[in-house]
Design a protein around this ligand. Sequence first.
Ligand SMILES: Cc1ncc(COP(=O)(O)O)c(C=O)c1O
Length: 463
Amino acid sequence: MVLESTDKSVSESDLNRWDRDHSWHPFSQMEEYLGFPPIHIESGRGCWLTDTEGRHYLDATASIWTNVHGHNDVDLHAAIRQQLDKVAHSTMLGLSHPVGTRLARKLVELAPGDLNRAFFSDTGANAVEIALKMSLQYWQLQKRPQKTRIIGLRDSYHGDTVATMAVGDSQTFHRRFRPWFFDTIKCPRPDCEEWNGQLRHADARWSLHILGKLLEKQSGKVAAVILEPSVMGAAGMHLHPPGFLKQAAELCRCHSVHLILDEIFVGFGRTGPMLVCASEGVTPDFLCLAKGLSAGYLPLAATLVREDIYQTFLGPFESFRAFFHGHTFTGNPLGAAVSLASIQKLEPMISSGAIAAKTRRFGQCIAERFENHPNASAIRQRGLCAAIDLVAERDPPNPFPVPDRFGIQVMLHARRHGLLLRPIHDTLLLVPPLSISEEEIDTLIDRTAEALDAALTERAQRP
Ligand SMILES: Cc1ncc(COP(=O)(O)O)c(C=O)c1O
């Protein structure tokens, strides 16, 4: 039998036509997408992806912020194959499997304090939904059902399901659905600029002041505060000043409000440490993990929970205290196997200082190329993630007109230079796999600068 997925008689043009006729891509204006030269990525090795026409691209999005050890990693493949030879999927509903149990134990070991329980799911948004629902149920079980409100930060992003949209604040993406959101409270986010290892500006006073006031007045009605610690990725890599998390956590603790940390983007070495909360000495009530957890291989997410919260849900069945929530692929064994292998490989990369060395090179290259660039109005970089805000003029800052889609133009030029980027509006985001070499970092930054210059030249030549 010739398998559909490998059938060589299907041509490049068939694929392009089928994609055009039958696919609907995420976060895409399809009318715009259909105008782009089509790309079908067929294979990958290390930090490089190859399309069906044999063109190579450096993966500067880490396949949407997930990839840790590169594509086609032999150790991760071995872990998946070994598991595949045993069983591809078996439910965690009323059963366990060895890799799920081992991963739960490993995550608890990595996590700070008494974050002692792992509840698995399959996407970041679901990991957050689970934390929200557990928090709300916890307060009901504690006979404080009036604690129902959630405080989130302005510009935050926690996913695209209805509850995660409600607690987030992605205006462009989510405003159409606002009538269906439950009531949440938004607090200003702190301000911080940092790149090349230097903190240039940091101000968390207003944000902490408002958070303190909100909690002082309303903590009796607030179930939880939710934060993306350190870096707010989808907002455009907005950074939190050092110490902000600790102070925010202290406010939550003083006012008996849960702290939910969404480390879906920042966890697993992206900003340096394995877990941001552990490195900042903060134990949240719930910790949401996904993306880098399974190294960009398979959909797996986890919500870690403090032991006393877990204990509150215990009782005889007829007390109906159980947490009635689950997803079909919760804790999938292949995902758990690859996550365990990835963490095992990542630990020495962090402890040896290898990631810190790459981060220094990344920061230096970005500073050299963009610090004085006339079209870069701001840079934010921490660990192996960075954002560069692009403007038509820098002083005074003058944005590109929205219909120009300048960020997208840079993305298209980058593809011609063998680089896959994904901007948010006119902010370029650079998020390579953590396995990127120092030479590849140079290539990444060179190609980004070339693509930007090419897009600027094209714009200048337009009548
Ligand atoms: C901080 C954060 N939380 C949640 C999510 C949602 O994750 P998923 O796309 O797996 O649902 C994302 C995705 O980018 C994210 O960056």
